[in-house]
Design a protein around this ligand. Sequence first.
Ligand code: SF4
Length: 142
Amino acid sequence: KIQMGYAREDVIAGLCKAVATNYLNNVGKGKKINAPVVFQGGVSKNVGVVHFFEEALGCEVTVDADGHLMGAFGAALLAAGTPEQDLRPFEFDIDDFEFKTREIICQKCPNHCEIVCVYRDDDLIDSWGNRCDKGALKAKRK
Ligand code: SF4
């Protein structure tokens, strides 16, 4: 888009809007919201994404100053409530795995959803982008 002459701020705004829209479509799945909205995680620090969430939802979105730390906080709470014998160290070397992504187009209806697939070695471990369960891919759980 930059090469086609679009303004940098318009391209960035489009990316921020896409993040909010993808989340609402793929995770929110069109659910109606009738409660205060709190946005957390690292992306909540992106004021552009917050703006497009508020625009799409038609309400204020609350972002806590420490919201980017909530994942670590949750993991610490889980660990604190887990018996010590269950806290075995999970050791691995990242070089032991090969991660790849591949995009496929679902052909099961005219929407032709773009589904992003993530593989660890040759095993599908996650996918997203399908707008319905017909396009869902089964990830291998270990
Ligand atoms: S995932 Fe669902 S909505 Fe998307 S193309 Fe496949 S069947 Fe259609």
